[in-house]
Design a protein around this ligand. Structure first.
Ligand code: APR
Length: 230
């Protein structure tokens, strides 16, 4: 059986990492157009780098929670390649739990050269003056996908959406595309679809099943059920 899992900020909420659109969320405190768009970076790159460094500092020390660990167990119980985990998150808690994850919105720990597209492990605190190790130009930027940019790994994700028997969205509000459209694509290909969330997402009505509750309770229970029914 091919399982495709999509996670969002809700899967890391109980690890202490704030979500974006819940009460008190990141986008209720910061203007995303200033800190998470190419236009914002062109206007005030230091503000964007400061936001990125603050988010990384906040995430430092966060530990994977029972949901991350349950998803890693699910991947390990299936043949390699049967359970694909795509995350919208830029934290590394899925990896810390032992999962392989495709980061469609990029990852905190990667720096990118805006001039030559080279990527390298991001320093603990990124600076605008960091020189690209490949071309030497000081055009460093976070390798996170800003609004209006094309997410990473879309061709691979499209392939998984075509072949998935089961599509599961966990901890995402279903407000940002293309991720919010994955459930429709999976359904169109005949996959069974499950949403696991604290509250119904904006696309909850498109899922065959909606499981509500905190991820550290609902995800381990769902993984146990999948393994039982296998
Ligand atoms: N357990 C399960 N779900 C939770 C929990 C929890 N403990 N806490 C919050 N949630 C759910 C919320 O109900 C909400 O539906 O997680 C979801 C978080 O939604 P958002 O804050 O919008 O985060 P996300 O869906 O990941 O945002 C998508 O938008 O800002 C961009 O690039 C950013 O990747 C992000 C994308």
């Amino acid at each position: 059986m091919k399982i495709l899992i999509l996670t969002g900020a809700g899967v890391s909420a109980e690890s202490g990492l704030g979500t974006f659109r819940d009460k008190g969320g990141v986008w209720t405190r910061y203007d995303l157009s200033e800190v998470a768009t190419p236009e914002g970076f062109a206007r005030d790159p230091q503000k964007v780098i400061d936001f990125y460094n603050m988010r990384r500092a906040n995430a430092r020390g966060a530990q994977p929670n029972a949901a991350h660990l349950a998803l890693a167990r699910l991947q390990s119980e299936y043949t390699r390649g049967e359970v694909t985990l795509v995350t919208q998150n830029v934290d590394s808690l899925h990896e810390a739990a032992g999962s392989d994850a495709l980061h469609m919105h990029g990852a905190h720990g990667v720096a990118r050269c805006a001039a030559c597209d080279a990527r390298w492990p991001a320093p603990l605190v990124m600076s605008l003056n960091d020189q690209c190790p490949d071309c030497g130009r000081p055009e460093t930027r976070p390798d996170v996908v800003w609004f209006g940019e094309v997410p990473h790994h879309l061709p691979r994700i499209a392939g998984h959406l075509r072949t998935a028997d089961l599509f599961v969205a966990i901890g995402t509000s279903g407000t940002v595309y293309p991720a919010a459209g994955f459930v429709a694509e999976a359904r169109a290909r005949g996959a069974r679809t499950v949403e696991i969330n604290l509250e119904p997402s904006q696309v909850a009505g498109q899922f065959d099943e909606v499981i509500l509750g905190p991820a550290t309770e609902t995800v381990p229970a769902w993984v146990a059920r999948v393994l039982r029914e296998r």
